[in-house]
Ligand binder design. Structure first.
Ligand SMILES: [Cu+2]
Length: 116
């Protein structure tokens, strides 16, 4: 008598596609409703601020070194040098879009201004 070794493995596919509660992130790490950017520990906070067209953005430098917020393409915006402990400002472009920016003194300090 041979036992038929037919093992039927029933895999119940758990493909439940109902009730997905993951937060929808449209733009990567965009921080909405920002009117201020802080420079601290040689980084921008937030690095990806979302602002309104033509909005005035205050920039606060909490480091001791000088920093800038400078658009990498063209002359969309530029705070010029902001000394340590000081603050400055710039006006967001009137045209919606994403504008990369950098500190001209520290090329590793980067961010993206999201205008919409
Ligand atoms: Cu800097």
């Amino acid at each position: 008598m041979a036992l038929g070794a037919a093992t039927v493995l029933l895999l119940v596919a758990t493909a439940c596609a109902d009730g997905g509660n993951e937060p929808a992130s449209t733009s990567p790490a965009a921080t909405a409703g920002v009117d201020r950017i802080t420079m601290e520990d040689f980084a921008f906070s937030p690095a990806n601020p979302q602002v309104r067209p033509g909005e005035k953005i205050t920039v606060v430098n909490k480091d001791s070194a000088a920093h800038t917020v400078t658009a990498t393409k063209g002359d969309a915006f530029d705070t010029g040098s902001i000394a340590g402990g000081e603050s400055g400002a710039f006006t967001a472009p009137s045209k919606a879009g994403e504008y990369a920016f950098v500190c001209t003194f520290h090329s590793n300090m980067t961010g993206t201004l999201i205008v919409r």
